[in-house]
Every structure is written in C-alpha cells, then in structure tokens.
Design a protein around this ligand. Structure first.
Ligand code: DI6
Ligand code: FE
Length: 397
C-alpha cells in the first residue's frame, strides 16, 4: 500500500513534520517515508491510498495500563468526594483490595470479556500497542488467570499487547503486615510460573507506604534480572520511597508516576536511561497537588512517556489523547513532548525498538487523524480525532 498526500509526523527529531508526504508499506513494515516528490520509482506502482492531507502519526502506544480487572470503584469515587482519601480507603481494605475481591471471583473468560471494551476505547483513541499488568489477583493462580486473559486480547483485537507481572501491587488480607512473606509465597512463585508459561514481558511493583518497600522488593527484582526480564516500578506516586533510584539500579525500563521524585532519583534515572512514565489521569483523579518534577526531568534529559494508567481506582480513563491533553494542561508538557510520550518514549518504556516512529524498517502501525497539525491531538479536551488506523500494514475496516 502507498499512502499519498499525507501530513507526516514521523517523530524523528521532534515532530519530524513532512507535508505532502508518502509512506510505502510492505506487509507489516514501513518500506519508505518521505516527501512525495522524492518517492523512489520502485514504490510508484503500489496500490494508492490518498489520505487527502490528513495527519499521519505512528500508532500510539499506551505503556502503562491495568486494563484487566472485574468490578468498578464508583462507590469509592463517591466516598472520596465526601472527604475520604485514597490511602484511607486502601488501609480500610477498600481500594485495590476491593478490585482484588471482584477479580478473584471472575473467570479468565469473564476478565477477557470485561477488558475488551476498554481496549476498544483505547484503540479508538489511536492505540496500536498496549501494555497490560496483572496485580488484582494476588494469589499464584489468580495472577496467572489475569495474565492469560491479557495475553488473549491480541488474538481478539487488532492491537499488540505487552504483559507485565505486577503481583507486588498490594498486600492481600491473608498477608496483612507480612509483605516479605507475601513476596516469598506468592510474588516469586507466580513470577516463575508466569515466565515459564511465556505469559510476561516485564516485572513491575508498587513501591509505597501502603504497598511494598524497596527492601521487600529486592528479592523480586533480583529474580526478574536472573530470569532475563526487564523491570519497571510504580515509584514516588504518593510519597518519596527512593523507588526510582532502586529501579534505576536494576536498569529499569521505566519508573512511573513520580510526583514525589527527588533530585537523586532524577540523576539515577538519567544515568541508567530509565524512562519517566507520567500518568496525569491518576494525578487528576486523586486531586494530587504535588506535580512531578517535569522541568528537572527535561533538564536532565530523562525521556518522558505519557500513559493512561487505565485502572478502576486512580485512573478510570481509556483515552490516550485525553492523557496527552492532561499531560500538557496539568504537567506543562508541550504537545510535541506529549506526542513523543505516546510514541517514541512509550516504545522505549516497553523496550521496543521496532515502533514509535515512522521510518523504513519499522512496524507499519500508523494513525490517520482528522487533523492537520500534531498539536491538535493534545489540544482538544477528550476528543478522538482518529480517522483510521493501520495495524501491521492493515487498514481498520
Ligand atoms: N498506582 C496506581 O495508580 C494504580 N496502581 C498503583 O500502584 C491504582 C490501582 C487501583 O487503585 O486499583
Ligand atoms: Fe499503575
């Protein structure tokens, strides 16, 4: 297929904008992209698809979601509006643990069925690659059940899915006050079993006063490294636990949230090449007042990715363009940084070198937008100006 009359945001060197451009696709790969005037003869006879001046970007990448879960937390939303805090609700056995109860009761089939409409919403906002975490099972079998459901998404929808083991998300009631026993009895065995079954691409954990300390997590990250799995961490979301520096010491792909990130944490991330994944949906939902240190991250050259954190508690949001809008308005990212955050830097946060830009040899995952400038994707509040996607070289029907 040959896309013609495109306004390309290649995302090589900022937007990498090319007007009146063409993109030649060969199977599931991009064969060539550039100004129409420079189109090599070899591609001139491909079946043409005139995009009529539309903006064409790389397919968007949501590098942090908890899209597989059962139940909802609308009642907690109401409790928070009456004055309860996220931490108070969590300590009282609500929060993540209420989703754990619902998820344990659901079958793998039911979890998949509940996840697909959320995935459809992400796809409608331009996603072509989505990361999905476990973390609402908290027993070996229930974590595996979540991961099997997550792995089945890609067979049911035109999207690539990367799965992450997050058994160290919360301490279930049966291990209350015993985080290290939980890591030994559940997190480590489920990690080994999930890896043996080919169910995971990375390992994550929640490092927080209401979850796990870096000491609790040391054996888990050591095992991940031993298995050859990359790590990432929910770090510094509600307090500074020096999680980002701990993650960077394990050459983490990313550290995520980061509202309470310290200068030492930034330096450690910069030295290790760890991506900062910012999650404005959680900041917005929890009405956080502490902003992540965006200017300092930018100054240190830490790549910033933007993701939805789609989950039933702190970020019930299934739109990447809304996440980009929030990253700009709440966190002061530029629209160019926001789009780099859902393309180039999101790919890097997942350890994927074959996507996130429009260049020869990369995957043919593209978005066609009813827009003529890439800043429009961040500018409208909650709009989905998606015209169509191309996933693996195939135009959506
Ligand atoms: N931080 C978050 O924002 C999500 N997980 C985490 O560790 C929230 C998950 C939830 O509240 O269900
Ligand atoms: Fe999260």
């Amino acid at each position: 297929m040959l896309l013609t009359h495109a306004t390309l945001a290649t995302m090589t060197d900022g937007y990498g904008l090319i007007r009146d451009a063409a993109v030649a696709l060969d199977g599931d790969r991009i064969a060539w992209a550039g100004p129409m005037a420079d189109l090599p003869v070899a591609y001139r006879d491909l079946p043409e698809h005139d995009v009529a001046g539309r903006l064409v970007t790389p397919g968007l990448i949501d590098c942090h979601t908890h899209a597989v879960f059962a139940g909802h937390r609308a009642v907690e939303f109401e409790l928070r509006l009456k004055g309860a805090s996220y931490e108070e609700i969590a300590r009282a056995g609500g929060g993540i643990l209420s989703t754990v109860t619902a998820t344990r009761a659901a079958s793998e089939e039911a979890l998949l069925a509940k996840a697909l409409p959320r995935i459809d919403q992400l796809i409608a906002s331009g996603a072509t690659t989505i990361e999905v975490k476990s973390g609402y099972g908290l027993t070996v079998e229930d974590e595996l059940k979540m991961l099997r459901a997550a792995r089945r998404i890609a067979a049911n929808r035109p999207v690539a899915v990367k799965t992450t083991h997050l058994a160290a998300h919360a301490i279930p009631p049966e291990y209350k006050g015993q985080p290290q026993a939980y890591i030994a009895d559940v997190a480590l065995p489920s990690l080994r079993a999930a890896h043996a079954e080919g169910l995971i691409d990375a390992v994550d954990a929640f490092c927080e006063t209401i979850a796990f300390s870096t000491d609790d997590l040391a054996p888990l990250f050591a095992e991940a490294v031993a298995l050859g799995l990359p790590v990432k961490l929910h770090a510094e979301q509600l307090t500074d636990q020096q999680g980002a520096a701990f993650a960077a010491r394990h050459r983490a792909l990313s550290a995520d949230h980061l509202e309470y990130l310290s200068p030492e944490g930034i330096a450690a991330m910069a030295a290790a090449g760890t991506v900062a994944v910012i999650l404005p949906g959680a900041f917005y939902t929890l009405r956080e007042s502490q902003l992540p240190p965006i200017a300092a991250l930018r100054a240190a050259g830490v790549p910033m990715a933007v993701a939805t954190d789609l989950n039933p508690g702190s970020s019930p949001m299934a739109s990447l363009t809304l996440a980009m809008n929030m990253a700009c308005t709440l966190f002061r990212l530029t629209p160019e940084e926001a789009l780099l955050g859902t393309t180039v830097h999101a790919a890097r946060a997942l350890g994927l070198a074959d996507r996130g830009r429009i260049a020869a040899g990369l995957r043919a995952d593209l978005c066609l937008w009813d827009a003529d400038h890439p800043a429009e994707l961040s500018y409208r509040i909650g709009a989905t100006p998606l015209h169509n996607r191309i996933f693996g070289g195939h135009l959506d029907a």
